[in-house]
Design a protein around this ligand. Structure first.
Ligand code: FDA
Length: 307
């Protein structure tokens, strides 16, 4: 019940101010976010790399309302790509982007987002790495997949996220299960209407497994974005069944979530990529983490109560 309320709050400016002003917010946010500065993100990359993990970095921000902010997002990602080039990790450290932070929701937003993201994809390629397009609410999926197709014409390694809670996603998986494509499969983190998305968690899980089968049986490179032990076990079984070696797919988890499981998978020889968010605009990301797991919310409320 609380999940939808928190997801609605994740887009409320009023709630943003209240949560940001709460005295305990910062230490709780730090569980999920690597820090506010680029140097914090680079520190997290080094630390995760030393523990055998790969990373994908997210400069936090979304739903911008002014084209100047889109340019700031672009420039921050360009600085990030430059910093990663210096780390010389190649594809072990890639970038994740939300196109709404590049202007996708503004008038003429599709072309604006494409124009703003292109230099970032070019900079990533120069750093011998790549970019994955995060997926936001369902109204953005067509535009994001069209931008993906445009980018892949020049940079075929560009990846995208598909969300199993959307009815359309099995078809999108089929379309993207071709050689050279990179798809991160997730369950989906936004509040979506029953006209476009499964509402029952069990239905979302069943759809996730159907999508896993399509992607793992296909020719592309599947990236399994889930903390769910069942989905991880099913992935391993399916990978074996479809004859995929451990470097022909990867697991992905969010920074600060199930760290011992991340380490266990690496120790077993799996590829494990950690999604590392950083920056000051953490509110929407943080609220989605609270919404998807009551324990995260309880931790936050306990910290408030203990003040
Ligand atoms: P889910 O929340 O369904 O929980 C299932 C089980 O997993 C739990 O019962 C528990 O056993 C275990 N579990 C989950 N969280 C845990 C925790 N914190 N601690 C311990 N156990 C836990 N979404 C989106 O819409 N667009 C996007 O672009 C992305 N990108 C993205 C990247 C990466 C790398 C990840 C991992 C996730 C995303 N997501 C996302 C978020 C995704 O859609 C989803 O909301 C969350 O991953 C939660 O779903 P899970 O499959 O992890 O488990």
């Amino acid at each position: 019940m609380l999940g939808p309320v928190l997801l609605a709050a994740s887009r409320s400016d009023r709630m943003r101010k209240i949560v940001a002003a709460a005295p305990v917010t910062k230490p709780v946010v730090e569980r999920f976010v690597a820090g506010e500065q680029l140097a914090d993100a680079v520190g997290a990359v080094r630390e995760l790399d030393a523990r055998g993990m790969e990373v994908t970095l997210d400069f936090l921000g979304e739903d911008i309302t002014d084209p100047a902010e889109a340019l700031r997002t672009r420039d921050n990602y360009l600085r990030l790509a430059e910093a990663l080039a210096g780390e010389q990790l190649g594809p072990r450290a890639e970038l994740s982007v939300k196109l709404s932070a590049f202007g996708q929701a503004l008038p003429g937003g599709h072309d604006l987002a494409l124009a703003n993201i292109l230099p970032v994809v070019e900079a990533a390629a120069e750093a011998n790495t790549t970019v994955t397009l995060d997926m936001e609410d369902h109204t953005t999926v067509d535009s994001t997949l069209a931008i993906l197709a445009d980018l892949r014409a020049r940079f075929p390694q560009t990846g995208a996220v598909l969300q199993s809670y959307l009815f359309r996603t099995e078809d999108d998986c089929r379309a993207l299960a071709a050689a050279g494509s990179r798809v991160r499969l997730v369950k989906g983190a936004y509040k979506e209407p029953a006209t476009v998305a499964f509402q029952d968690k069990r239905e979302v899980d069943r759809a996730y497994v159907r999508c896993l089968k399509i992607l793992l049986a296909g020719e592309g490179y599947p990236m399994i974005g889930s903390h769910d032990p069942r989905m991880i076990a099913i992935t391993r079984d399916l990978a074996r069944r479809f004859g995929r070696k451990s470097d022909e797919y990867e697991f992905q988890m969010l920074y600060g979530i199930r760290e011992s499981e991340q380490e266990r998978l690496v120790a077993e020889g799996h590829r494990m990529r950690v999604y590392v968010p950083y920056g000051t605009d953490w509110y929407g990301y943080f609220m989605r983490r609270l919404a998807e797991r009551p324990a995260n919310l309880v931790f936050f409320l306990r910290s408030l109560a203990s003040r």
